[in-house]
Ligand binder design. Structure first.
Ligand SMILES: C[S@@+](CC[C@H](N)C(=O)[O-])C[C@H]1O[C@@H](n2cnc3c(N)ncnc32)[C@H](O)[C@@H]1O
Length: 407
């Protein structure tokens, strides 16, 4: 069998995943990150090589840059993906591979909505689960799939070999029937078994800042606690000037947006995150503190950019930007956020941000904002206020304020 290959190819930084039936070109997102990084994982490659051995429709599970759904193009398949980025990359990378079959389309759902059958009611013949970086999230995913599909459904789980300790392997085996652990091959490792009936996981209730209640799912940033950087920003969140529309960008469990709302009676807060689980956690946080938040309203946006948010429509942005994408440290995600905020921030508005002190974010922010002040700095964190978007006066391109998600 042809070995899956990864090689950066061409100036667009695409990596090549050579499968026996296709030579996939895949790019990472956001652009501008390190080009030496592959746009697929060893676990995904190991799972894709198993596609021909699996009959019937496939239930794929995992986030990435589109390798799983594109590598299995031509098969009936559904994908469970937490990240809006995964959907975006699936489409963008499909365009880089115009010879792949486009039918049948891949149906994409979030971990909170695991399908029990295909869209046409056929049972899934097997599950291919690419193990996430958070082991807790991986076990939750197994439980979600085990709760939705009939017991005995074949399942294959794979990861980069070094990411699984002996105890994680034992726990995965204990969650499946008839588990077989395969030897690590080409840096990927695979466990094969059959689904066991499971109860779906439940979120965790966490004590938040200012006496707020937070909710959290495994896989959401700072699961089960308040991040030290977030805690540093909280006392700085302003009460004045009054903000009509607040954006919690990369909201995670929503801690920053909830505190900002408490300090701004009458505000509408948009909670935006790439992760569907984070958006669900923020939504639960809003509901849990509804009494104290009377008079404010909320919208929830599962997205990896602000393309649906109108120019200059936001008075206050609160943000603890992501430092990693798919496990690799990168400033590209934060850089894309700064450019988006420059566009959506009202000329009199402010962005309040916390970041690790070693990052060059104050300098980067100066490219987008006329007034950037480091309000607090120590060995670990900087708290920054940025005002005066340089795109001041940009024409509204007809975008609209984000509407609350349906359902
Ligand atoms: C450092 S965490 C901060 C979470 C939360 N605000 C807090 O303070 O606990 C960054 C968050 O950004 C989200 N994120 C990553 N890329 C994103 C993007 N392109 N658009 C929106 N959110 C993103 C991640 O899912 C994560 O929840």
């Amino acid at each position: 069998m042809t070995e899956p290959l990864a090689e950066p190819e061409g100036e667009d930084g695409a990596s090549v995943l050579a499968l026996p039936w296709a030579r996939l070109r895949l790019q990472r997102w956001p652009r501008g990150g390190p080009t030496s990084l592959r746009a697929f994982g060893h676990g995904e490659a190991a799972l894709l090589l198993r596609v021909p051995a699996r009959s019937g429709p496939l239930l794929l599970c995992g986030d990435g840059f589109g390798a799983l759904p594109l590598g299995s193009a031509g098969r009936t398949r559904s994908l469970i993906a937490d990240r809006a980025t995964t959907r975006l990359c699936m489409t963008a990378n499909a365009a880089l591979n115009p010879t792949l079959p486009t039918e049948p389309p891949c149906v994409v759902t979030t971990p909170l909505n695991v399908p029990t059958t295909t869209a046409t009611g056929e049972p899934f013949g097997g599950v291919l689960l690419s193990w996430p970086r958070s082991h807790d999230l991986g076990f939750d995913q197994l439980r979600r799939v085990g709760a939705a599909l009939p017991p005995g459904t074949p399942v294959e789980v794979a990861s980069r070999a070094e990411d699984w300790s002996a105890s994680v392997i034992r726990r995965i085996c204990a969650s499946l029937d008839s588990a077989i652990v395969h030897r690590a091959e080409r840096r990927g490792r695979r466990i094969e078994g059959r689904l066991r009936t499971a109860t779906p996981p439940t979120p965790l209730r966490v004590a938040g800042p200012d006496g707020l209640t937070l909710w959290s799912w495994a896989g959401v940033f700072a699961h089960g606690h308040l991040d030290a950087g977030t805690a540093r920003l909280v006392p700085n969140l302003p009460t004045r000037p009054p903000a009509r529309h607040i954006l919690d960008l990369g909201c995670g469990n929503g801690a920053l947006g909830l505190v900002a709302a408490l300090r701004q009676p009458g505000a509408t807060v948009t909670f935006c995150d790439d992760s569907a689980l984070a958006i669900d956690a923020a939504r639960r946080g809003w509901a849990a503190n509804a009494e104290r938040l009377a008079g404010r309203s909320a919208a929830f946006l599962h997205a990896c950019d602000l393309s649906t948010v109108a120019d200059q429509s936001i008075d206050l942005v609160v943000c603890n930007p992501p430092a990693h994408v798919a496990g690799a440290e990168t400033r590209a995600a934060a850089a894309a956020m700064f450019a988006d905020v420059e566009r959506v921030l009202h000329p009199d508005g402010a962005l309040w941000l916390v970041a690790n002190g070693h990052l060059d974010y104050p300098e980067r922010l100066r490219q987008h904002f006329a007034r950037v002040v480091v309000v607090q700095a120590d060995a670990r964190f900087v708290v920054v206020r940025a005002q005066g978007p340089r795109q001041y006066g940009v024409r509204n391109r007809g975008a609209r304020r984000p509407a609350p998600e349906e359902g």
